[in-house]
Ligand binder design. Structure first.
Ligand code: ARG
Length: 463
């Protein structure tokens, strides 16, 4: 470098070199290097297109494509030297390409800007990440289905207000979790549609003077189409925000499951035992076995919601078009992808090995007057208006509380004191099994319906 100049790729108009402090402050290669594969694929597609439209000679295009292949191999072998003075992944790779192939490397950036380049890289990266996540979701959803099948007949208390409400099957509860997950899956695939659109060709902000063929590039990179407006395409990161919103909702679901698993694995509930290999002990209390996986998942939920928050606030003050603020999109986005992926993966391993303690579940369901509604429904079937039935059963529950017994422990005479409509057949109706079996329509908790729901799910997913 001549003294007083600046050796950066963009350094022509500068009279002094960048300060060390500025270099450290503005570099992104320490975290955006993970876009290297997308960056190389994007550059190769761009070079092929420039060749096709006659802007780049065949030899130059070939040298670029091959040079980038070699650089990718070097990166993957861990031999590539990333330099923070070269700012970001894009300039690291382009500089190395030029060092290797000379003149041709300097022609690669024709008709392109880092603004449309980075937007393309991030969209490609996110698209592939969504595809990966959907695969992980499918494995977890299948594990839930298998667990639901195993526990289709297992009775447990269903809760409202965390008070025992009505008996449900454990299988039904697992299918509820699965429903949440399947909606998350479909939200991600919906976000993918808006992500998988090619910004390249927007150049810095206004498009380019070269006769580019954007559809050709889109085809090479597997995009579904090209963006319609260059100003919008280089600047908006709504696709990343949308992903983080989907990821946050997904984490909220996993967090709710976690809360239940944490409660259920306490000695007081004792509904489930989590496998030792996913728990830890206490360094002071020898008896402890802690449910770390659900606790960490619940904790990491805050982090992903924070990623969403960061991106929303990052975007809210930005005028068109590209602003350097957008460099800050990557860490939250990558963090959300990594965190969701790790949580889904560990739940995919944990769920199949949840040991359900059926005796404890049944005892808890039997203990909380969970079939009181069934008794009211019994009276309704005998002609009593529901409100009167509700009142009569409420009195019977109050009596049982005083005596310290369950409804089915009250004698027929005692029960008839609350309503003369009650007869001996009442007892089979207020058992846990009777209560479950009676809820026998689509969407309800009976073992028969749980099995039918599992069969429908298997049919629709081929699982
Ligand atoms: N590292 C930058 C980013 O992540 C790349 C684009 C830089 N563009 C620019 N005009 N400085 O957004």
């Amino acid at each position: 470098m001549s003294s007083g100049g600046n050796s950066k790729l963009w350094g022509g108009r500068f009279t002094e070199s960048t300060s060390d402090l500025m270099e450290a402050f503005s570099e992104s290669v320490s975290f955006d290097r993970r876009l290297y594969r997308q960056d190389i694929a994007g550059s190769q597609a761009h070079a092929r297109m420039l060749e096709k439209v006659g802007v780049l000679g065949a030899e130059d295009a070939k040298a670029i494509v091959e040079g980038l292949d070699a650089i990718r191999a070097e990166i993957e072998a861990g031999r590539f030297e990333w330099k923070s003075q070269l700012e970001d992944v894009h300039m690291n790779i382009e500089s190395e390409l030029t060092r290797r192939i000379g003149e041709a490397g300097k022609r690669l950036h024709t008709g392109r800007s880092r603004n449309d380049q980075v937007a393309t890289d991030v969209r490609l990266y996110l698209r592939d990440a969504i595809d990966d996540l959907v695969g992980v979701i499918d494995r977890l959803a299948l594990a839930l289905l298998d667990l639901a099948e195993r526990e289709a007949d297992t009775v447990m208390p269903g809760f409202t207000h965390l008070q025992v409400a009505q008996p449900v099957t454990f299988g039904h509860h697992m299918l509820a979790w699965r429903e949440q997950l399947m909606r998350d899956r479909s939200r991600l695939l919906d976000a993918r549609r808006r992500t998988n659109v090619l910004p390249l060709g927007s150049a810095a902000l206004a498009g380019t003077v070269y006769p580019i063929d954007r559809a050709f590039v889109a085809g090479l990179l597997g995009f579904d189409g090209v963006t319609e407006n260059s100003l919008d395409a280089v600047s908006d990161r709504d696709f990343a925000i949308e992903f983080c919103a989907c990821a946050s909702l997904l984490m909220v679901h996993l967090s709710r499951w976690s809360e239940e698993l944490i409660l259920w694995s306490t000695p007081m509930f004792g509904f489930v035992a989590l496998p030792d290999r996913f728990c830890t002990g206490s360094s002071i209390m020898p008896q402890k076995k802690n449910p770390d996986v659900p606790e960490l998942v619940r904790g990491k939920t805050g982090r992903v919601i924070g990623d969403l928050q960061a991106l929303l606030v990052l975007m809210k003050g930005q005028p068109l078009a590209y602003n350097r603020d957008n460099q800050e999109d990557k860490e939250p986005l990558f963090d959300a992808i990594d965190t969701v992926s790790a949580c889904l993966r560990i739940y995919g391993e944990l769920v199949p090995s949840i040991a359900v303690r059926r005796d404890r579940c049944a005892a808890a369901a039997a203990a909380g007057y969970s079939t009181a509604t069934d008794l009211a429904d019994y009276l309704v079937k005998k002609g009593l208006p529901f409100r009167d039935a509700h009142h009569a059963v409420g009195s019977a529950v109050a009596r049982a509380v005083v005596v310290g017994c369950e409804l089915s422990d009250l004698s027929l005479d005692e029960l008839r004191g609350f309503s003369p409509l009650i007869e001996a057949d009442v007892y089979e109706r207020i058992t846990l099994q009777g209560s479950l079996a009676a809820r026998n329509h689509i969407g309800a908790t009976s073992p028969e319906q749980v099995r039918a729901a599992i069969a429908r799910a298997r049919k629709s997913t081929g699982g």
